[in-house]
Design a binder for this molecule. Sequence first.
Ligand code: ADP
Length: 300
Amino acid sequence: DVLVVGSANADLTVRVDRRPGAGETVLGTDLVESAGGKGANQAAAAARIGGRTALLARVGKDAYGDLLLAAQREAGTDVTPVVVDEAARTGTAMIIVGPDGDNSIVVSPGANAALTPQDVAAARQTVAAATVLSLQLEIPTETVRAAAVTAEECGTRVVLNPSPVPERLAPELLAAADPLVVNEHEARRLSGAADGTPRDWAHALRELGARSVVVTLGADGALLLDGAGLHEVPGVTVDAVDTTGAGDAFTGALATRLARGDTLPAAARFAVRVGAAAVTKPGAQPSYPTLADLDALPGS
Ligand code: ADP
C-alpha cells in the first residue's frame, strides 16, 4: 500500500497566449477549477492505476475541499486520514498555462500549512501499515520530517519529491529518501552544481546522502541511480497539451510500483509512461491515466 502525506490544492487554471510581465495584464481563457496539490496529485495518480492508496492531508470546510475529496474518492483513494479543517481555507494554486504548455504557478497554502506532526502521530498506524510513504514539500517541513522519521521507525520506504525545492534539504530527509525524485531544476539546485549534466547531479545527490535518486527529464524520460548503478529510461513521444502535475503523476506511479515490489528501474519505466499520459490532457488529476489509458500510448 502507498500512503501519501502532503498537500491538497484546488487548481485555478487560465491559459494565455503570452505570459504577463510585472505590472502587465493579459486576457486568458475561462477559469477552470480542478483538483491538484502535489500530495493529492500523487495519491490520485497512484490510486487511478489501481494501487491501494491512502492520503493524509488537510482541506478547508468549503467548496474546494469538497471538490478535492470528491476527486480522491473518484480516483479510488482512501481519504479516511484527511482532516477537514474548520479554521482554514482549502489551499489553492493559481496556474497560468502558456502557449507552449508550460506553466507558472502561485500557491496559497491555506489548510496545508496547518498539517502538523500531531496529524502524523495520529496516523502512525497508517504509516506503519503502508509499504511506501510518498512525501513532497508543500506542507510544513517539520511535518514532512515527522512523517519521514515515523516511516523509518516503522520500516516503511520513503519516496521524497523535494518540491517546491528549498535552498537546502535537511540531511535527515535526504538520507530517508529511497528514492529522491527530482526534476532537472530541482536536481541542479539541490546538488549545488552550477553546471553539469543530470548524471552529475544524480551522483552528487547520492554523495550528499540520498540512497537512490531519480531525475525526471521531461520529454526525455528519466534517469536513475542506486547502488546497482545508473539506468536511463527513454521518454515516450506524445503531444504535450499541459504539463501540470506530470512530475506528481510520475512519483505516484513510481510509489505504487515500488510498493508492489518492482525494482527501481522497472518502477521508473512504468512511471515515465504515466507521466507521458498525464501531459496529453489538461489539468493535474483530471489528466491522470488508468491502466487502460496507458494501453493507448505509443510503444504499448
Ligand atoms: P516536472 O513536472 O516535475 O517538472 P518533468 O517535466 O521531468 O517533471 O516530467 C515528469 C515526467 O512526466 C517525465 O519523466 C515524463 O515521464 C513525463 N513528461 C513530462 N513532459 C513530457 C513530455 N513533453 N512528453 C512526454 N512525457 C513527458
